[in-house]
Ligand binder design. Structure first.
Ligand code: NAD
Length: 260
């Protein structure tokens, strides 16, 4: 097992990519804190991990709420003593052309991704700096950390911003044994993506099949979606990596949609 006795907190982990990462960490021996806006869903996710033989707790954290992030981290530290791995995963999408986009919707998307990642980072560093052995922070970026698509401006801007935040953490955290990396998935069929398919079809005036074939998977090498298991496996590898040789990096997991 690659993460025996590690303590991990994952934001937005009641479902989708966050839950898959939590399950992957638990299978490798980590104790996982499933944090999410939706506490009932987080409780169900944590129970599922316990039923499968892992150790998990649920904690309510809205990543845009400064006090909730700090309180949530404190609950996990009270229960388990430290945080070795934090994953800033919580995210939302909003499909709209820039000229129609309201400031409120811009702030909603960038708030969850960037303010949320900042608050998650700060709470992680405050704990990791004072514990023996430092820690590791993973950000869930996107292929949209590297390139743009139409109708997703606040998401694209926020996901690009995570690369900068990660690099800043890598520089500042090194002296305290903290590393930071970004995982950049291609399209994975989670609720976030399922919701976008009809929305994009409407906005672009094409069918849902065309959105999948001609928009989402057009530039992949094999017209395949990236899977939850792909992202979970990369997260385990990064979280278990033993040195700061891998820090400040971004790993694109997208069936060749974006090659760096
Ligand atoms: P999802 O909608 O399935 O899950 C997102 C989770 O985040 C939900 O459980 C939701 O309750 C939670 N959440 C939303 N706002 C929150 C907040 N303010 N505080 C705490 N939790 C909150 O989405 P997903 O596809 O699993 O996405 C997870 C991450 O992966 C996001 O950052 C997303 O941008 C990124 N991503 C997804 C894809 C994809 O194709 N699915 C591709 C690239 C990147």
């Amino acid at each position: 097992m690659r993460m025996t006795d590690k303590i991990a907190l994952i934001t937005g982990a009641a479902g989708g990519i966050g839950l898959a990462i939590a399950q992957g960490f638990a299978r490798e021996g980590a104790k996982v804190a499933i944090s999410d806006l939706d506490l009932d869903a987080a409780e169900r996710a944590a129970a599922g991990i316990r039923d499968a033989g892992g150790e998990a707790m649920a904690v309510a954290i809205d990543v845009t709420d400064e006090a909730a992030v700090d309180t949530g981290f404190a609950k996990v530290v009270d229960a388990w003593g430290r945080i070795d791995v934090a994953v800033a995963n919580a995210g939302i999408q909003h499909i709209e052309a820039l000229d129609k986009l309201s400031l409120a919707n811009w702030r909603k998307v960038t708030g969850v991704h960037l303010d949320g990642a900042f608050l998650t980072t700060r709470a992680s560093l405050r704990q990791m700096y004072q514990q023996h052995g430092g820690g590791c922070i993973l950000y869930i970026g996107s292929v949209h950390s590297k390139l743009a698509s139409p109708l997703k401006a606040p998401y694209v801007a926020a996901k690009h911003g995570l690369l900068g935040l990660c690099r800043a953490v890598a520089k500042e955290g090194a002296a305290h044994g903290v590393s930071a990396n970004v995982i950049c998935p291609g399209f994975v069929r989670t609720p976030l993506v399922e919701k976008q398919i009809p929305e994009q079809a409407r906005e672009l005036g094409i069918s849902e099949e065309e959105v999948i074939r001609d928009v989402m998977l057009k530039d992949t090498v094999d017209q395949e979606f990236t899977t939850l298991e792909d992202i979970s496996e990369v997260a385990v590898n990064l979280a278990a990596f033993p040195t700061a040789a891998l820090t400040g990096q971004s790993v694109v997991v997208s069936h060749g949609w974006y090659m760096q």
